[in-house]
Design a protein around this ligand. Structure first.
Ligand code: EPU
Length: 419
């Protein structure tokens, strides 16, 4: 298992380029199942989760051809509309193929995702939404079997709680359903809007993506298209925090600043200077002294992203004062806390809140990554910890960050991968 060895203490400088969004590319790949014509996606990040999704598409019968950041998928025949356990267990977003498979082929068989480190993460809302479109769904032997031999029927659906991939799954099913579907309490994340843009380019009729009500007029069939994936806002946010925590001065390039406004506001409150640097670039200059402790609560978009909570917390462990960090999206997303504590962080958990008392500094230690974003927070902490740190099980970080150690090293970090 790969590890990172990191020697802390270097302020980052230069440029950190942002890759395409993992969480936008995953549903975009699933959407390729909706047409027999080829779909070409650009700026797809080369990370493990994308490889997993591609393997799911090919398992179903699609052909996928990858060249660097470009993937061309042709789902002419889907003779095995299934997502097996072996694949689903490594990536919960596999449930994204449920909607498109049943909409396109009239049947789908998808392994039920089990629990996951950050929370129980059920997919009951995906299932219920598809049932409301007329799919007959059975859950047995750990699999969800969905049937809609006559096709799906548009309906008015209101999500009990906001779900990102649930909204995406339903959207992909609704585009080929008969008649109109109205999705209420839809997720407003930029990834949902990006998926809608791709589907529209494929011939779908969708209005309101990016708001909490999405209206879809079903069409008979979709056609091929070409689409460029939006920049990864979580990677961009992680890099802004890397600059801040190391008191560095660098440009995060190729991002969409509008997608990380909630983070930028918090970082400015805490004393960081962030200015625009050309189109899609942000110059970030960490405070010369320590940042001010600043409270934060995660929320659905456009609130502060739960996917940046762990990295933000790493920064607050060395801020001046006490900060209250509240996680409202997932019930168990504090696994990084005990590892940060091994580096000298002073954090107490009370239910959904972490109370972080800022320390003068951290010390290098051996730590273990437990989930994707948690592992990014350990890397950030190691970048400023005194001495050397070893971050074990970096396969978590490889699931979602493209060449992270190379990018950080190019900005001056002393980080190397040990295999
Ligand atoms: N939920 C249910 N039932 C459902 C679906 C969700 O109870 O059927 C609950 C979840 O357990 C959670 C809340 O609703 O408490 C919100 O979960 P959501 O469905 O929005 O999460 P997701 O769609 O499974 C996506 C991202 C996550 C990100 C969350 C929240 C992808 C592939 N994944 O997950 O990204 O944390 O939205 O923004 O888009 C990551 O990239 O590290 C990651 C975990």
């Amino acid at each position: 298992m790969d590890k990172f060895k990191i020697k802390g203490g270097v302020p980052l400088s230069g440029e950190l380029p942002v890759s395409g969004s993992k969480n936008a590319a995953l549903p975009a790949l699933a959407a390729c199942l909706l047409t027999e014509e080829p779909v070409t996606l650009r700026r797809v990040p080369q990370v493990k989760d994308i490889a997993t999704m591609v393997s799911l598409l090919t398992y179903s019968g699609a052909k996928a051809d990858r060249q660097g950041g470009q993937i061309r998928v042709e789902a002419r025949v889907l003779d095995r509309p299934e997502a097996p356990y072996d694949v689903v267990k490594t990536m919960r977003a596999s449930s994204l193929v449920l909607g498109p498979l049943v909409a396109r082929t009239g049947r789908a068989r998808v392994s039920m995702p089990g629990g996951c480190a950050i929370g129980s993460r059920p997919i009951n809302l995906h299932v219920s939404a598809l049932e409301q479109l007329g799919a007959k769904i059975e859950q047995t032997h750990g699999y969800i079997d969905a049937l809609a031999p006559e096709g799906l029927q548009g309906a008015r659906i209101h999500f009990d709680r906001i779900t990102v991939t649930g909204t995406e799954d339903l959207l992909m099913a609704a585009v080929l359903a008969h008649g109109e579907t109205v999705i209420g309490n839809a997720a407003r994340e930029p990834e949902v809007e990006d998926l809608a843009d791709l589907l529209i380019a494929m011939g779908a009729k969708i209005e309101g993506a990016g708001t909490s009500t999405i209206t879809v007029q079903g069409v008979e069939r979709l056609h091929g298209a070409e689409h460029t994936i939006i920049p990864d806002r979580i990677e961009a946010g992680t890099f802004l925090l890397a600059a801040a925590i190391t008191k560095g001065n660098l440009v995060v390039s190729g991002c969409d600043p509008d997608h990380i406004s909630a983070l930028i506001v918090k970082m400015r409150q805490a004393g960081v200077e962030i200015t625009e640097a050309g189109s899609g670039g942000l110059r970030v200059k960490g405070p010369a002294f320590r940042a001010r402790a600043t409270d934060m609560t995660t929320e659905e978009y456009p609130g502060f992203a739960t996917d940046l909570q762990a990295q933000y917390m790493a920064w607050m462990t060395v801020a001046q004062g006490i900060s209250f960090i509240t996680e409202t999206i997932f019930e168990n997303r504090f696994m990084h806390v005990q590892e940060l504590a091994r580096m000298g962080a002073n954090i107490r958990i009370e239910g959904r809140q972490a109370i972080v008392a800022g320390e003068e500094g951290l010390t290098g230690a051996e730590v273990i990554a437990s989930d994707l974003r948690g592992s990014a927070s350990l890397v950030l902490a190691a970048l400023i910890a005194k001495g050397e740190s070893t971050v074990d099980r970096v396969y978590h970080i490889d699931r979602g960050y493209e060449g992270v150690e190379k990018k950080l090293a190019a900005a001056g970090a002393r980080i190397k991968r040990v295999t």
